[in-house]
Design a binder for this molecule. Structure first.
Ligand SMILES: [Zn+2]
Length: 161
């Protein structure tokens, strides 16, 4: 396999958008671990954000389609160890989430603290950390609904662990 072929397979898979937050790609979220090319086969390794996420199947199907369109025989492998954490979201991915109005997960957010809202969550609109959690569930199960105490705007916090 040459680097060019590998790059083409990787780029095809990496460009797949997250079905729930289409402004970020699965590479931005750190879901795409790597892509291996063997002859005309491309093996994409994905780590789901969490196993109950209904988006997982949609993502796998989209990656398969993208690799097919790039001229490869696709194969998807689920990598469950090590488990995905929000720390795998790239800096570019965090910026895109923020621009989209979703508070990006705090760096090194520990799963329990992020889930139960013990951390200060920054308002994506005004940057205030004076926020309160309104609901455990936002627009999808992966997000919690917060409200900013400064600008009074509600916003989603990406809490997938
Ligand atoms: Zn605010």
């Amino acid at each position: 396999m040459d680097a060019h072929t590998h790059g083409r397979a990787y780029q095809a898979a990496a460009a797949v958008p997250d079905p729930e937050i289409p402004v970020v790609t699965i590479a931005d979220l750190g879901i795409l671990r790597d892509v291996e090319v063997e002859g005309d086969k491309a093996i994409a390794r994905l780590t789901p954000t969490y196993s109950g996420c209904p988006a997982v199947l949609a993502i796998e199907l989209a990656v398969e389609t993208a690799l097919l369109e790039a001229g490869f025989q696709p194969k998807i492998e689920r990598v469950l160890e090590p488990a995905w954490t929000t720390d795998w979201i790239t800096p570019a991915g965090r910026e895109k989430l923020k621009a989209y109005g979703i508070a990006p997960p705090l760096k090194a957010s520990n799963s329990v603290r992020a889930l139960f809202g013990a951390t200060a969550v920054e308002c994506p609109r005004c940057g205030s950390v004076e926020s309160e959690r309104v609901s455990e569930f936002g627009s999808t199960a992966c997000k919690a609904l917060y409200r900013c105490m400064s600008c009074r705007e509600p916003f989603d916090y990406f809490k997938c662990i």
